[in-house]
Design a protein around this ligand. Structure first.
Ligand SMILES: Cc1cc2nc3c(=O)[nH]c(=O)nc-3n(C[C@H](O)[C@H](O)[C@H](O)COP(=O)(O)O)c2cc1C
Length: 347
């Protein structure tokens, strides 16, 4: 895990980064915030610098997922995760995020001011160590005090332990969500654009999913690197495997966290993304992983069933996260856009 002084350079292109007019601390802050999770790793955040200290975050039009997220619900949640990561990383870099305001658009306006440098870089380390954990979440129960620590001061997040009626219902919904979604050509087509089967493609377009970040086991991973193409994602075999994998995964782990909001407004969704990322970063400290299984919320019929199961209005269930103690070996970090690719100066 990098300490503050060993953080990777802010951008592969010093010239591009220099053109943004930001100091090293702010460039590192942006690079660190980009470690936030996002649906399909599309990294939908765009940062406009009104000046070096006053920034606006919104959704990059070319990094939306219209087939599975037509209303940008998940894109706004991802923006919330990015914001949480900014706020968490800032103190270790001698910065502070202030005057956060969600405006129509939706956009998030904020100030990044100089602040006291925090000695303890634990927050920063957790950001760089966190990964979505899809494979090998263990069934061992999460102790009550650990759950209490994870959910401390975190309203509207519920833990649903394995073996309960609701946990079984969520596992069924995960399988059903996968079945519905893999049958949709538009969703598979979209997914095919966000998988980087070749390392050369990952380097050229550092967004999306890779065989490593999807935690494909070794022989399949090699095959995938060598011969899979976007057309593979549309094949009936790939769709069948996708459903089978989600069905199997949904049976693993210690239970589920569910993130609720009072409504589906942009500020509520931003807050949901912040709580999701806060939970993920706290989980790192305990060796506990999170695996969002969002297909069940992306498929309207399944979403209704999930809401009924949880006895909650449908527009209030925002993230369903499978959880459990994770294997010590985390997958390698997924690709991320360099800072100049998602940050621009205001005209
Ligand atoms: C709103 C949202 C929805 C997500 N849904 C899923 C999902 O359904 N299945 C999954 O495996 N990962 C899901 N993820 C995790 C992303 O794929 C992951 O964050 C991204 O690939 C980056 O990898 P990382 O989290 O390991 O940094 C979701 C993340 C977000 C923010």
């Amino acid at each position: 895990m990098p300490s503050t002084s060993r953080l990777p350079t802010a951008s592969p292109s010093a010239t591009d980064a220099g053109a943004l007019g930001l100091d090293d601390a702010r460039l590192s802050l942006l690079e660190t915030a980009a470690r936030a999770p996002s649906g399909h790793n599309a990294q939908p955040w765009r940062v406009t610098l009104r000046d070096a200290r006053h920034w606006t975050l919104d959704i990059a039009p070319d990094r939306r997922l219209p087939a599975v997220d037509p209303e940008d619900r998940e894109a706004v949640i991802s923006l919330g995760a990015f914001l949480e990561t900014l706020e968490t990383a800032a103190p270790a870099l001698g910065l502070a995020v202030r005057e956060v305001e969600v405006a129509p658009g939706p956009e998030v306006r904020l100030s990044v001011v100089d602040g006291p440098r925090a000695d303890d870089p634990a927050g920063l380390e957790a950001i760089w160590a966190r990964r979505t954990r899809r494979r090998g979440l263990r069934p061992d129960p999460l102790p009550d005090d650990v759950v209490a620590d994870l959910l401390d001061d975190m309203p509207d997040v519920r833990f649903i332990g394995r073996g309960t009626h609701e946990a079984d219902g969520l596992a069924e919904a995960a399988a059903e969500g996968a079945r519905h979604q893999t049958a949709r050509d538009d969703a598979q087509e979209e997914l095919s654009h966000w998988i980087r089967w070749r390392r050369s493609e990952e380097a050229r377009r550092p967004t999306g999913l890779t065989p490593e970040s999807m935690e494909m086991p070794a022989p399949l991973r090699w095959l995938a690197h060598a011969v899979f193409t976007p057309a593979t994602v549309l094949s009936s075999g790939f769709r069948k495997q996708g459903t089978a994998l989600a069905t199997r995964q949904a049976q693993e782990g210690a239970g589920w966290f569910v993130v609720f909001t009072p409504d589906a407004s942009a500020p509520a969704l931003i807050d949901a993304g912040q709580r999701y990322q806060r939970l993920g970063l706290r989980g790192v400290r305990h060796g506990i992983g999170l695996h969002p299984m969002s297909q069940m919320l992306e498929e309207p019929a399944v979403r209704d069933r999930v809401a009924a199961l949880l006895k909650a209005p449908r527009d209030t269930v925002q993230m369903v996260l499978r959880t459990g103690y994770a294997r010590p070996a985390a997958p390698p970090p997924g690709p991320r856009l360099p800072v100049p690719a998602f940050v621009r100066r205001a005209e």
